[in-house]
Design a protein around this ligand. Structure first.
Ligand code: SAM
Length: 329
C-alpha cells in the first residue's frame, strides 16, 4: 500500500503521458507553448507498462487516470490502455482530455478497456474558445464529446475552468448544455499551476461565485456529503436530480485531508501532490535495471513523505517549478 504519515492511502494514480498539448489554455501555458520534454527522457510504452504493473499488483493502485499535456497525442494510446486493462486486479481506467481527436479515438479506446473520461470544455462560444485556448477547435471538442457518449463512455464528464472577464458569465449556459446532452459538469477553481505564473487570487472565480451564478437559474441541493469520500467535487442535485453538477474548490475549500492521489510524470518522476516542490525519480533506477521491489520501495517512500496539504493558502506559497502540463492534471 502507498500510505503517508497522515494515514492517507494513495489508490488513484494520475499518469501524464506527454507534456505536449494542441491547445494553449490561458490558465495553463503561454501562447508560444513550452520547452517540451525531450523524447528520450520520456518513459517508453514498455517502461510505463512495467511501472503500472508495479503500481497495481504491489502498491494497491486501483484507479489509473491518463492525462497530460494532452494524452490523445500519445501515439499508441489504445495499446497503453489495453495493457493497463490487462492488469489484475483490474484497475479502473479513465482519461482526462481536451477532446480533440476523440471523434476518431473514442471507440478504439472503449474497445481497449477505457472505463470513463473527462473532457475539458470551458466555453460554448467559438470566439471565446479561440481566445481562451488560443486555437479555433471548439467544433472538434464538441464532436469528441458526442463520440464519447456514442461509444458508451458514459456518463461523460465535463471539466470547466472559469476565468474572470473571459468565460465567467457562462456557468449557467455550460450547465444547461451538459444537462441537455446528459454530460456531468464539474467546475474547477483556477489553481496556481500555469507555466507563466499569471494566477492571481483576487482574479480567480471562486466556488461561491459559481454557486451564486448557478443558483440564479437552477435549484441546487447538496448531494449526500457521505458519498463524497475522496472525490474532489462537492456535488449538487440540479432541479431535484437525478442530474448533478460538481464544484472542485481546490483553492477556497481544499480537500487534501481526503486526498488519495499520486502522480507519475511523462519522464518517470513520482509526485506525491500536484503542488509538490520535489519529485522522486523512478526512471533512472528503472533504466539501471532495478527490480520491482526496489522501484516499489522508492514509490512507497515518495508517498510516505506527502505533506498534509497543498499549501496554496499558506503565506510564502511557491508554485511548483513544473507547470500543470508536465505534472499531469
Ligand atoms: N489536456 C487535457 C485536458 O485538457 O483535459 C488533460 C490535461 S489538463 C492539464 C487537465 C485538467 O486540468 C483540465 O480540465 C484543465 O482545464 C485543468 N487545468 C489546467 N490548468 C489548470 C489550472 N491552472 N487550474 C485549474 N485547472 C486547470
Amino acid at each position: 500500500m502507498l500510505t503517508d504519515s497522515f494515514g492517507r492511502v494513495a489508490t488513484d494514480l494520475r499518469v501524464s503521458l506527454t507534456d505536449r498539448c494542441n491547445l494553449r489554455c490561458a490558465y495553463c501555458m503561454p501562447p508560444e507553448g513550452l520547452d517540451w520534454l525531450p523524447g528520450p527522457s520520456q518513459l517508453t510504452d514498455d517502461e510505463l507498462a512495467r511501472l503500472l504493473s508495479i503500481a497495481v499488483t504491489r502498491l494497491g493502485i486501483a484507479e489509473i487516470r491518463f492525462t497530460g499535456g494532452e494524452p490523445l497525442l500519445r501515439r499508441g494510446l489504445p495499446a497503453i490502455v489495453a495493457r493497463a486493462a490487462a492488469l489484475r486486479p483490474r484497475p479502473e481506467i479513465s482519461i482526462t482530455t481536451n477532446g480533440i481527436g476523440l471523434a476518431r479515438l473514442a471507440r478504439p479506446l472503449r474497445a481497449a478497456g477505457l472505463d470513463r473520461l473527462n473532457v475539458s470544455l470551458d466555453t460554448l462560444s467559438r470566439a471565446t474558445f479561440a481566445t481562451l485556448a488560443r486555437r479555433d477547435r471548439l467544433p472538434d471538442v464538441l464532436a469528441g464529446l458526442a463520440a464519447a457518449a456514442a461509444a458508451g463512455l458514459i456518463p461523460v464528464k465535463v471539466n470547466a475552468v472559469l476565468m474572470r472577464g473571459i468565460n465567467d458569465h457562462e456557468a449557467p449556459a455550460l450547465l444547461r448544455f451538459c444537462l441537455d446532452h446528459g454530460y456531468q459538469l464539474r467546475f474547477i477553481e483556477q489553481m496556481p499551476l500555469d507555466a507563466q505564473h499569471g494566477w492571481r487570487r483576487e482574479e480567480m472565480i471562486t466556488a461561491d461565485e459559481i454557486l451564486t451564478a448557478l443558483s440564479a437559474r437552477f435549484t441546487l441541493i447538496p448531494a449526500d456529503p457521505v458519498s463524497r469520500g475522496s472525490a474532489p467535487a462537492e456535488t449538487f442535485l440540479v432541479n431535484g436530480g437525478p442530474a448533478t453538477v460538481g464544484i472542485i474548490a481546490s483553492v477556497t475549500r481544499p480537500f487534501c485531508g481526503a486526498c488519495d492521489r499520486v502522480r507519475l510524470t511523462a519522464d518517470g518522476q513520482i509526485r506525491n501532490c500536484l503542488f509538490a516542490r520535489s519529485e522522486n525519480d523512478l526512471r533512472t533506477p528503472l533504466r539501471a535495471g532495478a527490480d520491482d521491489d526496489h522501484l516499489g520501495t522508492i514509490w512507497r517512500r515518495a508517498v510516505a513523505a506527502k505533506l498534509p496539504g497543498h499549501g496554496i493558502n499558506d503565506p510564502g506559497f511557491l508554485q511548483p517549478a513544473r507547470p500543470m502540463s508536465a505534472i499531469g492534471g
